[in-house]
Design a protein around this ligand. Structure first.
Ligand code: HEC
Length: 211
């Protein structure tokens, strides 16, 4: 028994330098007695490959491939005309249809707007959301969300407004990941309604000389 223990002690002492200890830095490749799936014949991300002509292991997407969950009509997903040369001027008909008509689209847009846009742009779209008020108090006015009743934004094509929500713009983050495509169009519809409501108010104020 003692002999066996001594033998084990010697073996451990001999093996220790070869195996190294956890946390130690070693130039040697690790010794893995039971290999299981330790070494796999696979490429690492961004690794070079001799197999492909362009040397990349990470293959570029096949041109024109469409993921199952993706919108097949590129105009609906991008907000641009079919040849990509201009913004869509209006909310596409198919979106209004599958959302159950303009009234339902507006109701949905109202709800989504108040959740996703109002924190910065304000419930009335006047740029007085809680986040904007707070950044102004902290002295970072440049980060405040603008009013959506600006003349330029009022005359922006629907497709461009949709793309602003989808991709974000300068200091505004993108919302494609958290707001599904048709909901983004619904928000566009509601922002238009907000703009019209404010425009008529402003016109009325001008007429009455209140501004
Ligand atoms: C986290 C705050 C925040 C949220 C939420 C937010 N925005 Fe913005 N938005 C901004 C800021 C900041 C800008 C100004 C960006 C700049 O010019 O740097 C902006 C700019 C805009 C513009 C003007 C773009 C232009 O061309 O100048 C539009 C339109 C707009 N937002 C619409 C929306 C809509 C619709 C939503 C809801 C889906 C939304 N935003 C949500 C912060 C926000």
């Amino acid at each position: 028994m003692t002999r066996l223990l001594t033998l084990m002690g010697i073996l451990t002492a001999l093996a220790a330098p070869a195996l190294g200890c956890r946390g130690q830095v070693s130039e040697e490749p690790p010794i893995v007695p039971i290999r299981n799936m330790y070494d796999q014949p696979r490429y690492d991300p961004q690794e070079r490959s001799e197999f492909f002509e362009d040397g990349r292991t990470m293959r570029p997407l096949v041109e024109g491939a469409v993921a199952r969950e993706m919108e097949v009509d590129p105009t609906l997903s991008s907000g641009r005309t079919e040849d990509g040369s201009a913004w869509l001027l209006e909310i596409p008909g198919p979106v209004i249809e599958r959302k159950g008509g303009m009234e339902a689209l507006l109701a949905r847009g109202h709800e989504r707007h108040d959740i996703f846009c109002a924190p910065c742009h304000g419930l009335a779209g006047d740029g007085q959301g809680l986040v904007s008020t707070r950044v102004q108090q902290l002295g970072f006015s440049a980060l405040a969300a603008p009013t959506l009743h600006d003349d330029r934004i009022r005359h922006m094509p629907d497709g461009q407004l949709y793309a602003t929500i989808t991709n974000g713009i300068r200091n505004m983050p993108a919302y494609a990941h958290s707001i599904p495509q048709d909901d983004r169009w619904a928000i566009v519809a509601y922002v238009r309604a907000l703009q019209i409501s404010q425009a008529s108010r402003q016109t009325a104020m001008n007429v009455e000389g209140l501004q």
